[in-house]
Ligand binder design. Structure first.
Ligand SMILES: *Cc1c(COP(=O)(O)O)cnc(C)c1O
Length: 413
């Protein structure tokens, strides 16, 4: 491969975030454009896990629930994460999975609008979001779901006087399209509906302003751009003035106002703590805690402008090198309209991605024909992104992706 052009090297030399790369363990020679699916391991995680196991668990055993702050971790981490999503420290809880938090928040929102029957969502939304909505509708035959892409062209036109809650992805997981949070939240509120934002592909990559937008609920992922590790706990946000009205559907003991009173009846904790369910996964929380150190001192505006610049460089280099017609852009062309992600429609996209991976560039494939690349600005260099784009162009031009072993599907794509 030829070396990167001088102007690309110059951009790395002038990058104010360049130093943050040292906060991550990245295998030598690999170009990792899949931080939107599983973030790489931050170096601080190794030490933190060693400490949590050797000192806290092995050494201090059960005393660590108090002494090492284990019990408070869902809230301590919520407070650390809050500035990344434009929320106050005591309005975010780190807990459970996105799917479970979606269930909890949807259920709570529906109970706050008992006279309304409709959940508005996106047909092209992340599948688990739709599955959770269908699951709830399945147990409540009085409810209905109305989907953008099936029942109407836009979310806005589907929101009406019968809408209880709107569930929407801030950044589309396939195309990277970015929604206007303030405008859509205002539209939902005008109709008297509540809104639940899924931040899986925006938290940790761009400035999110939940409180300023007046958002009611939000959920997001710990293992993508937040780099918390495989299966890292997710997070949930509830608008401060709504939290006291939330009736938890998963009324577990740790969401009780006095879990260690072991009372017979359930009474929810004040505020966001009522979204707690059961015993938290302490080791996973410890890993996420160390991972959040990677954001220390980082400006979200700088993060986003670098992410946009990386994505733009990738797009322009791919378009200069790929044969005409081999790829069709699935992402918005305007950087202001997308997250830090570029996706293309690509015939035989699975095989093309397999070939690219075998040549040291990791992206991923999403059915039916999307190849997807995430640009996490904390650790990526402009030179890597430029090289990855040229390699993709070259693979398409030579058709060397067309080998039998590239067509066999693995369980996780
Ligand atoms: C990754 C992702 C999820 C993951 O949900 P889990 O229950 O944590 O596995 C949910 N929604 C979106 C939009 C995602 O991108």
């Amino acid at each position: 491969m030829q070396p990167p052009p001088t102007e690309v090297l110059l951009r790395d030399a002038q990058d104010p975030l360049a130093g943050a790369r040292e906060r991550f363990h990245l295998p030598e020679g690999l170009i990792y454009l899949d931080g939107n699916s599983l973030g790489p391991a931050p170096v601080g995680v190794f030490r933190e896990l060693q400490h949590a196991v050797a000192e806290e668990w092995a050494g201090d055993l059960i005393a660590s629930w108090n002494d090492a702050g284990w019990f408070a971790l869902p809230r301590t981490l919520g407070a650390r994460l809050a500035p990344l999503i434009g929320a106050a420290a005591d309005t975010v809880l780190v807990c459970d999975t996105v799917s479970i938090n979606l269930f909890k928040c949807l259920h709570a929102a529906l109970a706050l609008r008992p006279e309304r029957r409709v959940i508005v969502a996106e047909q092209a939304g992340f599948p688990t979001d739709l599955y959770i909505v269908s699951g709830i509708v399945g147990t409540r035959p009085d409810l209905a779901m109305r989907l953008q892409g099936r029942d109407g062209a836009t979310l806005e036109e589907l929101i009406g006087g019968d809408t209880a809650v709107v569930l929407v992805n801030h950044v589309d997981y396939r195309t990277g399209a970015l929604r206007d949070m303030a405008a859509l939240t205002a539209r939902a509120h005008e109709a008297g509906a509540l809104i639940l934002w899924d931040l899986c592909h925006s938290a940790g990559i761009l400035p999110v302003a939940l409180e300023a937008a007046g958002a009611d609920f939000a959920v997001g992922c710990g293992y993508k751009y937040l780099n918390g590790g495989p299966g890292a706990p997710a997070f949930a946000y509830v608008r401060p003035d709504l939290a006291a009205q939330v009736q938890p559907a998963l009324s577990g003991w740790l969401g009780h106002q006095a879990p260690f009173a072991f009372a017979a009846g359930y009474a929810p904790a004040p505020g966001i703590d009522r979204l707690r369910v059961g015993t938290p996964p302490v080791l996973s929380l410890a890993a996420l805690d160390a991972a959040l150190d990677a954001f220390d001192g980082v400006s979200l505006d700088e993060l986003w402008s670098k992410g946009q610049a990386l994505a733009a460089l990738f797009l322009e280099t791919v378009e200069a090198h790929a044969p005409p017609g081999a790829l069709r852009l699935a992402s918005p062309r305007d950087p202001a309209m997308r997250g830090s992600q570029i996706a293309f429609h690509c015939a035989s996209g699975y095989a093309v991605m397999q070939q690219l991976i075998s040549e040291g560039v990791i992206g991923d494939f999403r059915d039916p024909d999307i190849i997807r690349f995430g640009f996490a600005p904390l650790y990526l260099r402009f030179a890597e992104v430029e090289a990855a784009a040229r390699r993709l162009g070259d693979i398409l031009a030579t058709r060397r992706w067309d080998r039998a072993e590239n067509h066999a599907r693995a369980a996780v794509t």
